[in-house]
Design a protein. Structure first.
Lengths: 176, 455
C-alpha cells in the first residue's frame, strides 16, 4: 500500500463526541493522521497527544532579530552614514530610537510567526491542501486515519472502531 | 472543557493567630526600625550629605535656579521649616500613604473591571481584591490626618507668601496662576477648599461604591440569582467613569503638586499604571499564598496564567507610560520640564533608584514572565510579584521624595520602618476583611464558567 494515499475518514457531528472518540480511537492504538473541525475545539490538541507548539520560541527569535536590526539600522544611519542634527540632540542617541525599535520588534515577531506557522502547518503557497471531506468547513468534524500508518490493522477493523467511537458516518478516501 | 464535573465546596479564610503574630511582628519591627532611624537621624543626620553636595553642584544649581526664589533666598519670617529628619519622616509617611491608597482603590477597580467586562474567569478570586479595598476607609482618615500634619513641608504651594503680590521677593507668578485649582472659592494662600473638597469627595464616593458593591456580593451569597450581579455591573460602570477622572486628579493633587512648578499631561496615567500593576501583583501573590495554604481549590493554573498575564502586560504598560513621559520631555528640552528628570536622574541618591526602577519594573517582569510556563507556575509568580511590588514602592519613592527633600533625601531606617508599618496595617485590614466573608461567591452566576476556564 502506498503511503499517504489511502485514508479512512470518520465524520463527527458533535465536538464532545469527537473528543471522546479521539481518546477511544487512540486508546486502541490507532494513529490519527489529522482532525479537521470548523471551529477550534478546546482540549483537542491534548486529546490528539500533540506536543506543545514551539511557535513562541520562533516569535522570540524573530523579535530579537527585529530589535537588533532596528538598533543597528538607526545607529548606522544617524550615527555614521548620514548624521543629522535633530532638536540639538546627539547624532546617535537612544531615546528616539526606542519607538522604532519597539515597532520593528513587534513587526518582525508577528510576520515571522505567521510565516513559521504557515510553513510548519504545510500551508505553503505552492501546496494545495487535501480535502478529506468538504463538510469540515461547515458543520462536521472530520477525523482522517492513514491506512499506511496503521499497517497492523485492517481497513474494516479501523472503520468499525471509528463507528463505535461515535462517528456518525465512516468513509474511504483515496488520493491519486 | 467537556462535561467534566467539578464539585465546589464553600471556603472561608481563617485569619489564624499565627498569621496575626507574623503581621504584628512586622509592625513591631517597623516601629523599632523607624524609631532607630529617627534617633540616628536626629543625632547625626545630614552631616554626611554635605560631602555629597559638591559632586552634583551643577545639577543642584540648576534645580535651585528653577525653583521658587523663596526657597533659595532664605526663608520668610513666619515660615518655619522642619528639621531634616522630620521632613524625611513626613515625606515617607505621605509617600507610603499614597502607595497604599493605590493598592486599596485598585482592589475596587479590579472588581469593577470584572463586572463591567462581564468576566467569568475571575469569579473565584474576586473576594481578594474586594478585601484589599477595605483599606479605603482607613486610608481616608490617614490621608486627611497626614495631609494636615505634613502639608507645609511636602506641598510647597501651601505657603501663603507665594501668593502675596505686595511682596515681590516671595511672590511666585507660576504658582499663583495655579491658585484656583487649590484654593477656589477661597482666598489664594488660605485654606485650600477645592483641594480638600476633592480629597473628601473622592474618598467618600470610592468608599460608598466599595460598600455598595460589597453588600451586593454578600447578599448574592445568601439569596442567589443574577439580580445582584446586574446591580453590581451597573454600579461598576458608574464607578469606572468616576475612577477615570478621580484617579487622574488624585495623582495631580497628591503627587504632582509636590513639584508645583512642573507638570506632565501623562502624570495621571503614570500614577494609575504604577498603582494598577502593583495591585495586580499583590492580588496574584495573595492568590498564590492562599492556594499554597490549601484554600481556593477552584483556582487552577489557568487562572494563575491570566493573573500572570495581567502582571506581565501591565508591567509593559507602565514602561510605555514611563517612557512616553520621559521621551516627550527629553525631546522638547524645556528647562522647566527637564528639571524633574535632572532631579531624579542626576541627583544623589535618586539616580540609582531611577535606573533600578526600570530593571525591577520592566526588565525583570518582562523577561521572567515571558513564557507560558512562568505565568502558570506559582514559584515564578512568587518571585516576580514581590519584585514588582517593591519596584513600584521605589517608583513612588522617586515620584514624591526628590521634590520635597531635594538633595537631602535617602533610603534608610526611617523609610524602611515606615513601609513595614504601612504594610503590616494593610495586610491586617485586608486579611481580617477576607476572613469575614466566604472566600468566593458560591452563587456567583459565572462560577461555573470560572471552574471550566481553560487557556
Amino acid at each position: 500500500m502506498e503511503a499517504d494515499k489511502h485514508f479512512v475518514v470518520g465524520i463527527f457531528d458533535d465536538e464532545d463526541v469527537l473528543l471522546e472518540g479521539v481518546k477511544k480511537v487512540r486508546a486502541v492504538g490507532i494513529r490519527i493522521h489529522e482532525v479537521y473541525s470548523p471551529f477550534p475545539v478546546h482540549g483537542l490538541d491534548e486529546a490528539l497527544g500533540y506536543a506543545r507548539t514551539r511557535l513562541p520560541i520562533a516569535a522570540f527569535l524573530f523579535g530579537m532579530t527585529g530589535t537588533i536590526l532596528a538598533l543597528t539600522m538607526q545607529f548606522w544611519m544617524l550615527g555614521y552614514d548620514w548624521p543629522m542634527i535633530i532638536g540639538g540632540k546627539n547624532f546617535a542617541s537612544l531615546p528616539p530610537f526606542i519607538p522604532v525599535t519597539f515597532e520593528l520588534t513587534v513587526l518582525l515577531s508577528a510576520l515571522g510567526m505567521v510565516a513559521t506557522f504557515l510553513i510548519v502547518s504545510d500551508m505553503k503557497p505552492y501546496k494545495w491542501p487535501r480535502q478529506f471531506d468538504i463538510r469540515s468547513t461547515d458543520d462536521k468534524h472530520v477525523m482522517a486515519v492513514d491506512l499506511a500508518e496503521n499497517a497492523g490493522k485492517s481497513k474494516e477493523e479501523i472503520m468499525r472502531i471509528l463507528r463505535e467511537s461515535g462517528a456518525s458516518e465512516v468513509n474511504e478516501k483515496n488520493f491519486e | 472543557m467537556g462535561h467534566s464535573h467539578i464539585t465546589v465546596t464553600e471556603e472561608k479564610f481563617e485569619f489564624t493567630s499565627a498569621a496575626r503574630k507574623k503581621i504584628l511582628a512586622l509592625l513591631v519591627a517597623g516601629v523599632a526600625i523607624l524609631a532607630a532611624g529617627i534617633v540616628i537621624a536626629m543625632l547625626g543626620g545630614g552631616a554626611h550629605h554635605e560631602a555629597g553636595h559638591a559632586g552634583i553642584a551643577g545639577s543642584e544649581q540648576l534645580v535651585a535656579s528653577l525653583d521658587n526664589p523663596a526657597a533659595t533666598q532664605g526663608h520668610d519670617e513666619g515660615h518655619h521649616e522642619s528639621p531634616v529628619w522630620l521632613k524625611r519622616l513626613f515625606t515617607t509617611l505621605w509617600m507610603n500613604n499614597v502607595y497604599f491608597v493605590g493598592l486599596g482603590i485598585i482592589g475596587l477597580f479590579f472588581v469593577a473591571i470584572q463586572y463591567a467586562a462581564q468576566a467569568g474567569w475571575s469569579a473565584g478570586i474576586k473576594r481578594i481584591p474586594l478585601a484589599m479595598a477595605q483599606w479605603l476607609p482607613v486610608a481616608f482618615v490617614s490621608t486627611l490626618v497626614l495631609w494636615f500634619i505634613t502639608h507645609h513641608d511636602i506641598f510647597h504651594w501651601t505657603h501663603s507668601y507665594l501668593y502675596d503680590q505686595n511682596n515681590p521677593e516671595t511672590y511666585d507668578e507660576i504658582i499663583a496662576g495655579k491658585a484656583p485649582f487649590f484654593f477656589w472659592p477661597g482666598e489664594s494662600g488660605g485654606f485650600p477648599v477645592f483641594y480638600i473638597l476633592r480629597m473628601v469627595v473622592f474618598f467618600a464616593l470610592w468608599i460608598w461604591f466599595f460598600y455598595a458593591i460589597r453588600k451586593n456580593m454578600l447578599a448574592e451569597d445568601q439569596l442567589g440569582g443574577t439580580g445582584f450581579w446586574y446591580k453590581n455591573r451597573s454600579l461598576s460602570a458608574w464607578f469606572l467613569v468616576f475612577f477615570a477622572v478621580s484617579s487622574s486628579v488624585a495623582a495631580w493633587d497628591w503627587v504632582m503638586s509636590i513639584d508645583t512648578h512642573w507638570f506632565s499631561t501623562m502624570f495621571g496615567w503614570y500614577v494609575f499604571a504604577s498603582w494598577w500593576v502593583t495591585g495586580l501583583a499583590l492580588i496574584t501573590l495573595v492568590v498564590v499564598h492562599l492556594k499554597e495554604a490549601g484554600y481556593l481549590k477552584i483556582v487552577n493554573a489557568n487562572h494563575l496564567h491570566d493573573l500572570g498575564k495581567f502582571v506581565f502586560a501591565f508591567s509593559i504598560f507602565w514602561t510605555y507610560i514611563w517612557f512616553g513621559q520621559f521621551l516627550l520631555i527629553w525631546y522638547a528640552h524645556i528647562p522647566e520640564e527637564t528639571v524633574y528628570f535632572i532631579e531624579r536622574m542626576r541627583t544623589s541618591p535618586y539616580s540609582w533608584i531611577f535606573f533600578a526602577n526600570l530593571i525591577l519594573n520592566f526588565v525583570l517582569p518582562f523577561l521572567l514572565l515571558m513564557t507560558r510556563d512562568a505565568k502558570r507556575h506559582m514559584s515564578m509568580l512568587k518571585l516576580v510579584c514581590p519584585v514588582v511590588i517593591i519596584g513600584h514602592w521605589f517608583d513612588f519613592y522617586n515620584m514624591v521624595t526628590p521634590g520635597v527633600m531635594k538633595t537631602q533625601g535617602g533610603i534608610g531606617f526611617i523609610e524602611i520602618g515606615t513601609a513595614f508599618i504601612f504594610l503590616a496595617a494593610f495586610l491586617w485590614i485586608t486579611l481580617s476583611s477576607l476572613s469575614k466573608m466566604p472566600l468566593f461567591g458560591k452563587n456567583h452566576p459565572m462560577l461555573e464558567e470560572s471552574l471550566h476556564h481553560h487557556i
